[in-house]
Design a protein around this ligand. Structure first.
Ligand SMILES: Cc1cc2nc3c(=O)[nH]c(=O)nc-3n(C[C@H](O)[C@H](O)[C@H](O)COP(=O)(O)O)c2cc1C
Length: 419
């Protein structure tokens, strides 16, 4: 049985008027922005800045997908197949993007997707993202492949969600779930689209590997990117030692340079619905399944007691050729019944968020851009990114003629090839 009822996903229709908010929901003023962030006008600008800031293997790890990048490209292409049909003269002076999800009132309809190894990309990356998300009042999903202890994130941002990659053995699953509960997390996200490791040949081409193998090229990349080498990697080594995978299991995992680190990803090919049922029996909090693409799996997840679903192709990083989540979203919404359907993969603009909501998503998550923002600008960078996206949503709501996100109906969209 789901612990959720319909009320928990209602959009706020209150008059918390952000229509004339001069900034986005993070409330950062242009004047207080560090100078290098003032030139960042869109989420894509963070990618350009991160490409310069990060060593090639690290940038390649974040930006890359799998094999031919077919899914990565489809994640963007799908949004441009939809056009808006705005309404006029509707008095949009009371627009609000506040969204209630699982009983919590969030400032915006988007959150921070889980990203592994964030602390190698940005100094103390997970903490930076969690603090910024908490300040802006949007959810942040802490990754199970992270290099910062999940307890530390719970301490600085108690409302964060935790994402687990399940070890394929029931006793280890039980111990991990127990640890997450003890740390105080209320929401557990299970990522289920990684039964086996993806073919990330782009990582090999750009020189990234786990275990991280120090070599001449990596050293040269370090020398040519001193801000990252000193400000992120060197500072981490000096203060905290070699980063370890902290949250794959109940116990600490291997350091990122350890030869046995790949073993930490083992046994996931054993996972099946019985493991989900096991967790549902043990976990008293909210349970969300991330990585669903087929409508029948949405139905089984709901019947197995999931409280929510994240439709995702993992940003194109798993099975190359998987369609964009947006293409299957309406069918999944139809099968999911009363549990909220969220989505990620390819969200870069406020207009993308609004298109996803029109097709039935209750909420969306953003992956790569927020990690780039953390890398180039720390907490201020992430807050700026949140402001950019929420300002775009607010502006587009006004231009579409709507005051609440409930008004974002499919009738405001057309498929361009049908026109
Ligand atoms: C560098 C990187 C690391 C990721 N690590 C994880 C992870 O640890 N757990 C997970 O569930 N998804 C992970 N993802 C997938 C994201 O949660 C999300 O599904 C994806 O980034 C969304 O696509 P976008 O980057 O186009 O927004 C990762 C994605 C990236 C780019």
């Amino acid at each position: 049985m789901s612990v959720l009822d319909k009320e928990t996903v209602e959009r706020s229709t209150s008059s918390d008027v952000d229509a004339h908010h001069p900034h986005g929901v993070a409330g950062v003023s242009q004047e207080s922005l560090p100078r290098h962030l003032r030139r960042v006008l869109s989420l894509d600008d963070f990618e350009t800045a991160a490409r310069r800031h990060l060593p090639r293997p690290i940038f390649g790890y974040v930006s890359g997908a799998a094999e031919t990048n077919a899914s990565l490209h489809d994640n963007r292409a799908v949004f441009s197949e939809l056009g808006f049909v705005p309404r006029i003269l509707t008095d949009v002076s009371k627009r609000s993007q506040a969204t209630t999800l699982f009983g919590h009132g969030y400032a915006a309809p988007f959150g921070v997707a889980p990203r592994g190894i964030s602390a190698l990309v940005a100094y103390r990356g997970d903490l930076v993202l969690a603090r910024a998300a908490a300040q802006a009042n949007i959810p942040m999903v802490m990754s199970g492949s992270s290099l910062i202890r999940l307890e530390d994130v719970a301490k600085v941002a108690p409302g964060s969600w935790f994402q687990a990659y399940l070890p394929g053995e029931p006793p280890r699953i039980a111990a991990l779930v127990d640890r997450v509960a003890r740390a105080g997390y209320g929401t557990l996200v299970l990522t289920v689209d990684t039964a086996v490791l993806a073919n990330r040949e782009n990582n090999i081409r750009s020189g990234f590997s786990t275990p991280l193998r120090p070599n001449l090229r990596l050293a040269w990349d370090g020398i040519t990117h001193p801000r990252w080498s000193l400000g992120t990697f060197g500072r981490t080594l000096l203060r905290y030692g070699m980063p370890h995978f902290e949250n794959s299991y109940a116990e600490r995992g291997a350091p990122i340079v350890a030869r046995n680190v790949t073993r930490d990803f083992g046994m996931r090919d054993h996972l099946n619905w019985e493991h989900l049922a096991q967790i549902r029996r043990q976990w008293k909090g909210r349970l969300i399944v991330k990585g669903i693409m087929h409508q029948q799996d949405a139905r089984i997840a709901r019947e197995s007691g999931a409280d929510g679903i994240i439709v995702s192709n993992h940003g194109g990083r798993q099975l190359d050729g998987t369609v964009s989540p947006l293409r299957v979203l309406p069918k999944i919404v139809a099968e999911a019944g009363d549990i909220p359907v969220m989505m990620d993969s390819g969200i870069r603009r406020g207009s993308d968020v609004l298109k996803a909501l029109a097709l039935g998503a209750r909420f969306v998550f953003v992956g790569r851009p927020l990690l780039y923002a953390a890398a180039v600008g720390g907490e201020a960078g992430v807050l700026h990114a949140i402001d950019i996206l929420s300002t775009e949503i607010n502006r587009n709501m006004g231009l579409l003629g709507i005051n609440t996100l409930n008004d974002m109906r499919p009738e405001l969209l057309v498929r361009l090839k049908d026109v």
